[in-house]
Ligand binder design. Structure first.
Ligand code: NAD
Length: 515
């Protein structure tokens, strides 16, 4: 059994040595740009006629890797092979499975800057955001390893005289892992490793924008000793192979993190019994958010303004937990919106390969075009306070943009934009602010800045989100510290990085013997 879990420390980039090593990693990975990444099914690499370039969002002329695309036939084959591999993997001792994760964590820790450099190149993350992503991936490996050891041990039961009763958790079967691109290492690794350490085999379909990072993680898992047929690496278009993977009768569960639209489609399809299917498919779906920070009249306005800016524009607003609504008490509304706008104007936008960059590009052209439409709509729905500029000449850059005086029912205040666009909403009083905060289909994160205990207690009771923060930003959940997942259409509240998570990839079995 390993020692107690603790979070991976962040890299201190104020130290010259750390900066030098990180710059070297950024240079070093360039020699691998343009490499090809095949499918990996049953431990075999499988070439595909169709190869898709993965590009650097800050320089869309730069290809970081060429990635094979699975077709429907390969997707079906991947599930079949994962089902065969399950028969062996499920019998490997949980402690041995956990040790694979600990070994992978150790390897990743050693190669931390290399992986973070790929996050800069393929996902457009700033140095700090990339470092956080890699640290979180290490945390997930360490945390879920320990969780597997805890849950796979016999669980306590009430004793009955004359009987021996044992309750334990066993794995489910083949899981389809469909992660998003916005935490292309941490979330992808966490979703994959949790399913695998619980004793399942998986088909990993990485996000189309960030498959190179996923391919390199799968390679790392093999280096850590994971049998090569436990993870089938099957990149491809979600639209083309998603249904095949989900509909397959041997698919036992789907672990999805992404948009509400795709998640709901998966929930619906997985509910249909297919010929030959012998179970009810489980779906773990973590979806979008329209997260709000509420600022009370007597809050620390400096802290609140900083918290809003960090939560709204970190990684260009491309976090499910990002603050996209600032709901501000009318008495301090003008002051807070002006402070937030002033701080935002100071952010530097540019290529995240440069250390001083605060806000990098958005992920791709589709995101850029979608955000452009919302910025245009925002000019009708609110008063432009900051930003509004866009430039896709070299990369997909969007200025951090703030609209004031937005109605709480406006599209800008209801739709998940998933970019650096903040709507400021005026609230008559604290109760009104909470009512506005709850009035979207989502319920992921939220934050309240207030110095009054009774207001915080009211928010504790009424603010209906899975992750609620007081007097701090609404992003930056830490594994083990802030189990993460949302209410309502934000998902199944799976609480990633918490003690309830791993059990979703297992089922409890009770054996009772008469003595
Ligand atoms: P997305 O829904 O577009 O894609 C997510 C994944 O689904 C990708 O791998 C994609 O290829 C795949 N996919 C697309 N169509 C599919 C289909 N028909 N069948 C099966 N798979 C399909 O989301 P995205 O743009 O990658 O990620 C951003 C979204 O993820 C945002 O909504 C964000 O809020 C959400 N997100 C949620 C959490 C959370 O923990 N709740 C965390 C990160 C991101």
């Amino acid at each position: 059994m390993m020692g107690a879990f603790s979070n991976e420390p962040m890299t201190d980039f104020s130290l010259a040595d750390n900066r030098r090593v990180f710059e070297a990693a950024l240079t070093d990975i360039k020699r691998l740009y343009g490499n090809s990444y095949p499918l990996q099914i049953g431990g075999r690499t499988v070439q595909s006629e169709s190869m898709r370039p993965s590009v650097n969002p800050a320089r869309h002329g730069e290809t970081v890797g060429l990635v094979a695309q699975a077709d429907r036939k390969r997707a079906t084959e991947a599930v079949d092979i994962a089902a065969a591999a399950f028969e062996r993997w499920k019998r490997v001792a949980p402690a041995a499975r956990a040790r694979t994760l600990y070994k992978a964590a150790a390897l990743l820790r050693r190669r931390k800057h290399e992986f973070s450099a790929w996050l800069v190149a393929e996902a457009g993350k700033t140095w700090v955001e990339a470092d956080v992503d890699t640290a979180e991936a290490i945390d997930f490996l360490e945390y879920y390893g320990r969780e597997a050891e805890r849950l796979c041990a016999p669980q306590p039961l009430v004793r009955l005289a004359g009987e021996d009763n044992e309750w334990s958790y066993v794995p489910l079967g083949v899981g389809i892992i469909i992660p998003p691109w916005n935490f292309p290492l941490a979330i992808m690794a966490g979703m994959t490793a949790s399913a695998v350490v619980a004793g399942n085999t998986v088909v990993l379909k990485p996000a189309s924008a960030t498959p190179v990072i996923a391919a390199r993680f799968v390679q790392l898992m093999h280096e850590a000793g994971l049998p090569e047929d436990v993870i089938q690496f099957v990149p491809g278009s979600g639209g083309e192979i998603g249904d095949v993977l989900i509909d397959h009768p041997l698919t036992r569960f789907v672990s999805f993190t992404g948009s509400m639209e795709v998640g709901l489609r998966i929930v619906e399809r997985a509910a249909r019994l297919q010929p030959g299917q012998r179970w009810i498919k489980r779906v773990i779906a973590e979806l979008g958010g329209k997260d709000a920070i509420v600022v009370d009249r007597d809050a620390d306005l400096t802290a609140a303004s900083q918290g809003i800016v960090q939560s709204a524009f970190g990684y260009a607003g491309q976090k499910c937990s990002a603050c996209s609504r600032a709901i501000i008490h009318a008495d301090v509304y003008d002051e807070v919106t002006e402070r937030v706008a002033a701080l935002t104007r100071r952010l530097s936008i540019g290529d995240p390969v440069l250390q001083g960059t605060d806000v990098g590009p958005v992920i791709d052209r589709a995101a850029y075009n979608k955000i452009r439409q919302y910025v245009a709509a925002g000019k009708k729905e609110g008063r432009l306070l900051a930003g509004g500029g866009m430039d896709d000449g070299a990369g997909y850059f969007v200025e951090p943009t703030i609209f004031a005086d937005v109605d709480s029912q406006a599209t800008l205040a209801q739709d998940e934009i998933f970019g650096p666009v903040l709507a400021c909403i005026r609230a008559d009083d604290f109760g009104h602010a909470l009512a506005i905060a709850n009035d979207t289909p989502y319920g992921l994160t939220g934050s309240v800045y207030s110095n009054r205990r009774e207001r915080l207690e009211l928010a504790r009771e009424l603010f209906h989100v899975g992750n609620l923060y007081f007097n701090r930003k609404c992003t930056g959940a830490l594994v083990g510290v802030h189990p993460f997942g949302g209410f309502n259409l934000s998902g199944t509240d799976s609480k990633a990085g918490g003690p309830d998570y791993l059990i979703q990839f297992m089922q409890g079995k009770v054996v009772s013997e008469k003595m």
